[in-house]
Design a protein around this ligand. Structure first.
Ligand code: GLU
Length: 453
């Protein structure tokens, strides 16, 4: 049975790049009728925060990415990692290293200075057993290192195809840090092994960890899982997606009024060529395969996400939108009128102001200020409203004949006077739903502001 996992570190809010990892694993598990495990990797004690862990579970629940096993928490499994390190020590496949931090830091800096990757020089690799025992008795701090075999590794990556790592790629990396807490690669491998993970799918930033993890599996005499590294998301400048590019955290999209199904849909099709773009969860599962993911970096495009969101809002039932937005049933008709035109839930909320509110955007005021005859149009509209004009078309006709102006300017001035905005749903649809008080209020505010400027 296929068993996959999502293994986030609770060191920040869930980022859309990590969400992509979660989604890839979730879709694969559902497609293969396998299991999806959630594992919280909080071995970095300083950077991990339980508040981020709670936020993470909350974001996953909002996205609808349900897991079948877990959440396991690595900080609760320290004894398991220690026991596994003890097994490797006993087999001579790991050793205790007493090198001082100062010396290691110096070595690291020198290597970086030379432009070569920092590597442990093996000082403690063949320390006689009595020496090591004596140092330990004397209370010298130590770490446990893996005795890495000098062996080249070939991996058949599920997304990238074959990746080759030369024999000198892996040094004697740390399994247990000082204080005998697990290092990242060790905790991941022990867990993947014990949890029976069959496929490890994660971001391309983890490619260089893969040979280490494979070597550890082999040291325990176990068959490693299959690995697949999906590409990373970039902004339009092809740099890794970050805050500089705008919203990147799931909660930011949520606050913006992006629907979870739209975000899931968009992120699921990024970097894939799909026959149709708008899909529900069932279709996303049916069409998913790791091989369909492009190995090259993929653009995360906020405008595209808004387009997906717009499409999902259009397709959504009005009841569902009311529920998501916490609006009463009395808003049903109005939400139904604006949902065709809204890109986000926030826009729906904003459009609802058209009917009862008195907002006038600055952009609209600037437009009115630039149309010499706007005062005339507004006066004429006011007159038409007083006479109880029944539809927008009638209002348009009346104002048109009263002012003799071009349709385009006229139309925009009327839109602004009636709704306070330059954009929105078709006026013919919404006209009769806008309260007369709202229009009167808007017109008097516009007149005031025009007179001031
Ligand atoms: N905890 C790692 C991270 O958040 C993921 C480890 C893995 O998937 O192997 O980047």
């Amino acid at each position: 049975m296929v068993k996959v996992r999502f293994a986030p570190s609770p060191t920040g809010y869930l980022h859309v790049g990590n969400m992509r990892t979660a989604l890839v694993n979730y879709l694969f598990a559902r497609k293969e009728k396998g299991a999806f495990v959630l594992r919280v990797e909080d071995t970095d004690i300083e950077r991990s925060d339980p508040a981020f862990e709670r936020a993470l579970l909350d974001d996953l629940a909002w996205l609808g990415l349900t897991w079948d096993e877990g959440p396991y928490t690595q900080s609760e499994r320290t004894e398991i990692y220690r026991a596994h390190a003890a097994v490797l020590l006993k087999m001579g496949l790991a050793y205790k290293c007493f090198c001082s931090k100062e010396r290691l830091d110096r070595m690291r800096e020198e290597a970086l200075h030379r432009g070569s990757p920092p590597k442990y020089d093996g000082t403690c690799r063949d320390l006689p057993a009595e020496d090591a025992a004596r140092r330990e008795r004397e209370g010298m701090p130590y770490v446990v290192r893996f005795r890495a075999p000098a062996r080249a590794i070939r991996v058949k990556d599920l997304i990238h195809g074959e990746i080759f790592f030369p024999a000198d790629h892996v040094d004697d990396f740390i399994l247990l840090k000082q204080g005998l807490t697990p290092a990242y690669n060790f905790a991941v491998t022990v867990d993947d092994m014990l949890m029976g993970i069959t496929h490890v799918m994660r971001g391309a930033d983890h490619v260089s960890n893969t040979p280490k993890q494979i070597m550890l599996f082999q040291a325990f005499g176990q068959e490693p899982p299959l690995y697949g590294h999906h590409s990373l998301l970039t902004g339009a400048d092809q740099k890794p997606l970050s805050k500089r590019h705008g919203a990147t955290h799931i909660r930011e999209f949520r606050e913006m009024g992006i629907l979870p199904e739209a975000l899931v849909n968009y992120v699921a099709v990024i970097g894939r060529s799909v026959k149709k773009e708008i899909m529900d969860e069932k279709e996303l599962i049916e069409t998913f395969s790791p091989r369909s993911l492009s190995p090259s970096d993929s653009l995360f495009d906020m405008e595209k996400l808004r387009w997906f969101n717009r499409e999902h809002i259009r397709r959504s039932s009005t009841e569902k939108l009311l529920e998501k937005m916490g609006l009463p049933d009395s808003c049903r008709e109005k939400v139904a009128l604006v949902q065709e035109n809204a890109g986000t839930l926030a826009e729906i909320r904003d459009y609802l102001d058209i009917f009862e509110g008195s907002t006038i955007t600055d952009e609209s005021m600037a437009y009115l200020g630039g149309v010499p005859s706007s005062g005339m149009i507004i006066a004429s509209l006011e007159e038409a409203m007083k006479n109880g004009v029944p539809s927008f078309d009638d209002a348009l006709k009346m104002v048109e004949s009263g002012t003799g102006l071009k349709k385009r300017d006229l139309f925009m001035c009327l839109r602004i006077s009636l709704t306070g905005r330059k954009h929105g749903p078709p006026l013919t649809d919404i006209f009769s739903h806008i309260s007369r008080e709202a229009v009167t209020e808007r017109i008097s505010r516009i007149k005031e502001r025009l007179a001031l400027s």
